[in-house]
Design a protein around this ligand. Structure first.
Ligand code: K7E
Ligand code: CUA
Ligand code: CA
Length: 647
């Protein structure tokens, strides 16, 4: 088998030896530029103490099929809320079926619902002075839900835009974005995580803040100064208020931040750091043997701000405090704790019992386990060295990225280079670290197809982790689906983790390119299928429907009910600024109307009892039909009226 064959995705036909070679080839090709192969040379596979991997790609580990099928008319038992990557959206899947249920436009434009087209969505997205959108692109990586009492409360989802550094909030009753905030003075806003409890007032046992990690260091302020002086650049950790969505404060840190995790007691936020070197090119970012996991003492940061120890950067009014090592030498007053972990870690996740943070090695074949209790001890001045907070560092395989938990003491880590999920036991890893030579932390491995990034378990980011499912978000699908040209759809693989051995249940597709997701029990999620008209201040009643003019501004108020808009013709003059306000008066679940005007690039929907509006210039003379774009009624095609623009 030559290299071309290997690249063509014939890996599954190969014996295990060949599969490894196949993956190795891909990995080398993919990452050679970054010099990753070198960094991994230290890993001795034979000494990992793992039981033999499932050798055939599927086989002994695979489910026989059927048992997790969702029959016609039956509902899934879980939701997956997933990021959409550089499509800029958030997706909802059902589990265990893997069926796609909804795509929520967030930072992208969407002509199905009219996101980025209606006045209401443009206001949330943000516009330039000329009324056009400030940004039309985005890159969502992480989606996390708001918490009450350590589990999801079905109120909000929060997601990041790595590209234009915005945080978005989705209200879960409607599964629509209701707020977007741009973070000042950051680039590469990557990790995001809501807190689970108030760090100051213990009685507040729900999400009040969302923490944001900043991956790319920049000159501060980024106004043309220090462009050739990377030593002066730095990153900011950001705290956003979960209700007002305003930026509360920022923290200057050493190094960069990647993913974020928060403690169950509300007191700590953690971020893995891969560029503690402050390098501007990849080789420099990989020069140190160890980087760090940063812990932020949230209450102390807020006390420092109250005490007036903050400054501001550039035009931003957000208070910034100094969390660098230099400014935080005494642990008893320190705002931050930097725990050294091996080379360029990726991913930080907390166990459902709140006891351990796990940082994956990425360029080191290890996972580092840090005890929450010992980080607290550090801040009390009772730990000699921040590194002493590490209680285990098992060797688990090549390219570990993200970890999920089953709530029974086991961790499941994605191995990007090995294309596997490895199951390992946290207590056994701790025993091994303490010197127990008989402890074998690695319990099982399963092949996935191929190169997993994020992996996550059912309810695994809550204290209600139930140990049922693990979903592997793979970065390469190669031969898993019918080919559709150069851009492959991604594979997600559902794994049953309820037994001792992991079992692969099925593949489902994901449009490129999701990163992180959460799996939420279906009974927790409460949505409403028909909106409340009172939530829409510009709702048009049947009596207020009609056309009004104020100078060259024309307002068209439409109260629609299937299968009519209630207006046969709208006449305006060329050059008029036209605002159309459309209310859907149907009070019937699933009865959505659309509104598109020929040649005017306008398309949006109104769900039952909802109102949306658009504003545009009538710059083309003639007759233009506007029609219902969403099938609503036997007379759906007849649901159309005339928009006439006179000279
Ligand atoms: Cu969460 Cu993909 Cu942004 Cu890891 S990152 S894979
Ligand atoms: Cu109204 Cu189709
Ligand atoms: Ca590094």
């Amino acid at each position: 088998m030559n290299e071309t064959d290997l690249q063509n995705g014939k890996g599954d036909l190969l014996p295990d030896e060949g599969r490894r070679k196949f993956l190795g080839t891909t990995a080398t090709v993919t990452l050679a530029g970054a010099g990753l192969a070198m960094g991994l040379a230290a890993c001795k596979k034979s000494e990992q103490g793992a039981p033999a991997a499932g050798t055939a790609a599927e086989g002994s580990h695979a489910a026989t099929g059927g048992e997790f099928d969702v029959a016609p008319g039956k509902l899934d038992s879980y939701y997956i809320f997933s990021s959409g990557g550089h499509n800029g959206d958030v997706r909802i899947y059902g589990l265990p079926s893997g069926r796609l249920l909804k795509q929520i436009p967030v930072f992208n434009q969407d002509c199905m619902v009219g996101w980025g087209i209606t006045n209401e969505s443009k206001k949330i997205l943000g516009t330039k002075p000329d009324g056009t959108l400030k940004y039309t692109t985005g890159d969502t990586h992480h989606v996390h839900g708001s918490y009450t009492d350590g589990t999801y409360d079905s109120k909000y989802l929060f997601t990041n835009d790595k590209l234009n550094c915005r945080i978005a909030r989705i209200r879960m009753d409607r599964m629509e974005v209701d707020a977007i905030t741009e973070l000042p003075n950051v680039q590469g806003f990557h990790g995001i995580f809501p807190d689970k409890r108030d760090p100051v007032d213990e009685k507040i046992n729900h999400t009040t803040r969302v923490f944001c990690g900043d991956e790319f260091h920049i000159p501060q302020p980024n106004d043309g100064r220090d462009l050739d002086d990377p030593k002066k650049w730095f990153c900011l950790f950001t705290c956003v208020d979960a209700e007002s969505m305003e930026v509360r404060w920022q923290l200057k840190v050493d190094g960069n931040m990647d993913l974020i995790a928060t403690s169950y007691d509300g007191k700590l936020a953690a971020a893995n750091q891969y560029n503690t070197e402050g390098g501007a090119v990849a080789a420099d970012m990989m020069s140190a043997e160890r980087d760090a996991c940063l812990f932020v003492n949230v209450a102390r940061v807020e006390a420092a701000i109250k005490a007036g120890k903050s400054f501001t950067i550039g035009d931003s009014k957000v208070p910034v405090v100094d969390g660098t090592k230099e400014a935080n030498k005494d642990p008893k007053t320190a705002l931050t704790c930097y725990v050294p972990v091996p080379k360029n870690p990726h991913g930080v996740n907390i166990s459902p019992d709140g006891k351990y943070f796990v940082c994956s090695g990425k360029l080191s074949p290890t996972a580092t386990v840090i005890a929450t209790e010992l980080v607290h001890k550090f801040f009390e001045g009772e730990l000699k060295d921040a590194r002493d907070a590490v209680v285990a560092e098992p060797e688990i395989g090549l390219g570990p990225l993200h970890t999920g938990f089953d709530g029974k003491g086991n961790a499941y880590t994605t191995l990007f280079l090995d294309s596997q999920i490895v199951k390992w036991n946290v207590d056994k890893a701790i025993a091994q670290f303490k010197g127990d030579k008989s402890a074998q932390p690695v319990l099982d491995r399963i092949d996935v197809h191929y190169q997993p990034g994020h992996g996550y378990t059912s309810m695994g980011e809550t204290k209600e982790a139930d140990g049922k499912f693990f979903n592997s978000g793979n970065k390469f699908s190669k031969d898993r689906f019918l080919p559709v040209g150069p851009l492959h759809v991604e594979t997600e693989q559902l794994i049953d983790i309820s037994g001792e051995k992991m079992r692969l249940l099925h593949d489902h597709t994901a449009y490129p390119e999701p990163h992180d997701a959460i799996i939420v029990r279906a009974d927790i999620v409460k949505t409403r299928q028909v909106s409340d008209m009172k939530d829409f201040p510009n709702a048009v009643g049947f009596k207020d429907a009609g056309i009004t003019r104020d100078g060259n501004k024309v307002t068209v108020k439409i109260a629609s009910q299937a299968p009519n808009y209630g207006v046969d013709v709208v006449k305006v003059k060329k050059g008029d600024e036209v605002t159309i306000i459309l209310t859907n008066h149907d009070n019937v679940e699933d009865l959505t109307h659309g509104f598109g005007i020929e040649k005017y690039n306008i398309n949006f929907i109104v769900n039952p009892q909802e109102t949306h509006s658009v504003t545009f210039k009538a710059d083309k003379v003639g007759l233009f039909w506007f029609y219902c774009t969403h099938f609503c009624h036997a007379l759906h095609l007849e649901m159309r009226s005339r928009f006439i623009v006179e000279k």
